[in-house]
Design a protein around this ligand. Structure first.
Ligand code: ADP
Length: 349
């Protein structure tokens, strides 16, 4: 008997996306269904960084085997379509998600994580922008290996800034504005207006994810920045030491305050352990254990993962030698997938 599309869709409606807690048919994730000698369709995920990809493909095959036909070949192509979380917002109209990376204090690896996330998402196939708003230590020119100043173009009645393109990503940094030897002391109102220009008067165009590297700490500057931009959510970075954790708690407290109420996507722990090259099975936890996980539990937030301390990563980042396909970024891939997963979950609510 010929297999109908209805019977295949009925089978697939028993497969739930475990994060979004709805079935794949309801979520409109099954597209281009064709039935001939085999069953073929495209599984359209909410992010190219979906950590559930293999699990969902296997679950679809099993559902068809059990409920439709045990023999027929099933060919599933996987693609993704990132949905916009910033509905109705006139600022950044082509940007689907804005993710700010924050830390309670400097030096914990906020810029390293921001770049690691951006490069990993780009590596996984997303369209990525990077906005370095760290006025105290703009590091994107170093990490991306460019000091090219963004040029201006006329669009309508406005002069707008064109982000620099590096490794297929669009990048703007407060450091590119001061690269020509002028030392600029950024005062609060100047920072706010420069940031506003970066967000509102820049040609970001279409992006899946815009990653913002915020200045470290919890003051007026950070607050005014997060209030200028339509944020999908904030990722907090900490190192495992107790001193870093108390600053991280202050930052989590700030973003959770009722007047500010920015969605928190979760906590990442950086410099969690060190694995010597000649002892690849060992993890030396130099700065203590479990701090990041502990504060994420205290605040009821997802723990998004650990990044090891790696001197090779440091030298590659600090000399602009890192590229999206670098093996040094492997630990960031699962963190990027966890962040993208939280974004999709937040959006489905
Ligand atoms: P922040 O943005 O929080 O001030 P950075 O990302 O600039 O911190 O990191 C501070 C320094 O630590 C940089 O030299 C960076 O390369 C290094 N670093 C950060 N994370 C790691 C890591 N996981 N392994 C090795 N070096 C790191």
């Amino acid at each position: 008997m010929a297999i109908s599309k209805e019977s295949v869709l009925a089978a697939l409606s028993h497969v739930d996306d475990p994060d979004l807690k709805k079935d794949l048919v309801t979520l409109n994730m099954i597209q281009d269904l064709e039935i001939g000698d085999s069953i073929a369709f495209t599984l359209v995920l909410t992010t190219p960084a979906c950590p559930m990809k293999d699990m969902l493909v296997n679950a679809c095959k099993t559902a068809i085997r059990v409920m439709v036909d045990p023999q027929i070949a099933v060919n599933i192509a996987v693609s993704s379509q990132v949905q916009r979380s910033l509905q109705g917002d006139q600022i950044l109209p082509g940007v689907k998600h804005v993710i700010a990376v924050a830390s309670g204090k400097g030096g914990v690896g906020k810029s390293t994580l921001s770049a690691g996330l951006a490069f990993s998402l780009a590596h996984l196939g997303a369209k990525v922008g990077y906005l370095d708003a760290d006025i105290y230590g703009p590091s994107a020119p170093t990490i991306f290996g460019t000091t090219e100043a963004p040029h201006m173009v006329q669009r309508g009645d406005k002069q707008i800034m064109v982000p620099v393109e590096v490794h297929g990503m669009k990048m703007l940094s407060i450091g590119l504005m001061t690269a020509r030897g002028q030392a600029v002391v950024w005062r609060g109102p100047m920072v706010a207006s420069a940031f506003k220009q970066f967000v509102q008067d820049a040609a970001w165009d279409d992006l899946d994810y815009l990653i913002i590297d915020l200045p470290p700490g919890t003051g007026d500057v950070q607050l005014s920045l997060v209030q200028t931009v339509p944020l999908t959510g904030v990722v907090l970075v900490t190192t495992p030491q107790e001193v870093a954790l108390s600053d991280a708690r202050r930052a989590l407290g700030m973003f959770s305050m009722e007047q500010i109420a920015k969605p928190l996507l979760g906590v990442v722990e950086n410099m969690s352990y060190f694995t010597p090259e000649d002892a690849p099975d060992k993890k030396y936890r130099l700065f203590g254990e479990g701090g990041g996980k502990q504060i994420s539990e205290e605040y009821g937030l997802p723990f998004l993962g650990e990044i090891p301390l790696n001197p090779l990563l440091m030298s590659a980042m600090d000399t602009g030698k890192i590229t999206p396909d670098s093996p040094l970024l492997v630990p960031f891939h699962s963190v990027a997938a966890a962040v993208a997963q939280q974004v999709s979950i937040l959006q489905s609510k």
